[in-house]
Design a protein. Structure first.
Length: 235
């Protein structure tokens, strides 16, 4: 099940009994607005989701192209039935307070969508998790507000590690704090491995596909690597 595009409206579907009507787990592939359904199905039905390209937002630009998708990570995510494969994150170890590795279940996706789950029955469990966060087109102060909301809600306190996107179109006005500036005081005290700048979700680089809900090991060294410890699909 591959979404056509993101935008707005996926949260309306949660008001329908979609979890009861679906006969069994399927590969639900997409990002942005669709992420609310991935978060819902992961928490309520324990379905793995696939945070990756959509028909008109990734696949349409082709493999390996700007605004396109990374073919290898996509094929691995939806076809690999064995464990222990790697996704090079193409980012940088950043603001972690320490380098090193961390193991946990991958949860998260779009920062805005994740924030909207707080206080609902499908609010994700982030304790011991590798938390994936990305977004686009919002100002650094809005990222700050959302991140501090997660912090104040206790969603960052016990994470094992964090993978951040590259936050395109989130430039600060001249002289104002940047994304880097606002993340540092929030993330550094956590003293967990962090990789910043991975091409996930909203990115202008070839988009990686990240399986949500599976156990993985985050290596926060150099450009970062996400080692997938269990398959997202079964043969």
């Amino acid at each position: 099940m591959i979404a056509t595009r993101g935008g707005y409206g996926a949260n309306y579907l949660i008001d329908l009994p979609i979890a009861q009507k679906l006969s069994g787990p399927k590969c639900l592939i997409g990002y942005s607005d669709l992420n609310i359904i991935q978060l819902y199905l992961l928490q309520m039905q324990h379905w793995v989701g696939f945070y990756g390209p959509m028909v008109a937002a990734g696949f349409n630009h082709g493999s390996g192209n700007p605004d396109g998708y990374d073919e290898l990570s996509f094929l691995q995510a939806v076809t690999q039935t064995k464990s222990d494969w790697e996704i090079p994150l193409q980012g940088e170890a950043y603001l972690s307070g320490r380098s090193g590795s961390a193991t946990g279940r991958i949860v998260g996706g779009c920062l805005t969508m994740l924030q909207t789950t707080l206080g609902t029955g499908w609010e994700p469990d982030t304790d011991g998790a590798i938390l994936l966060l990305e977004d686009r087109g919002i100002k650094p102060y809005q990222v700050d507000r959302a991140m501090r909301h997660l912090q104040q809600a206790g969603k960052l306190a016990k994470v094992a590690g964090i993978v951040l996107g590259d936050f395109p179109d989130c430039d600060a006005p001249s002289g104002s704090p940047t994304i880097h500036d606002i993340l540092k005081p929030i993330l550094t005290p956590l003293r967990v491995p962090v990789v910043y700048g991975a091409p996930v979700g909203h990115t202008k680089r070839p988009m990686l596909t990240i399986p949500l809900g599976v156990r993985a090991k985050l290596h926060a060294k150099g450009e970062g690597v996400l080692e997938i410890l269990e398959p997202a699909v079964v043969g």
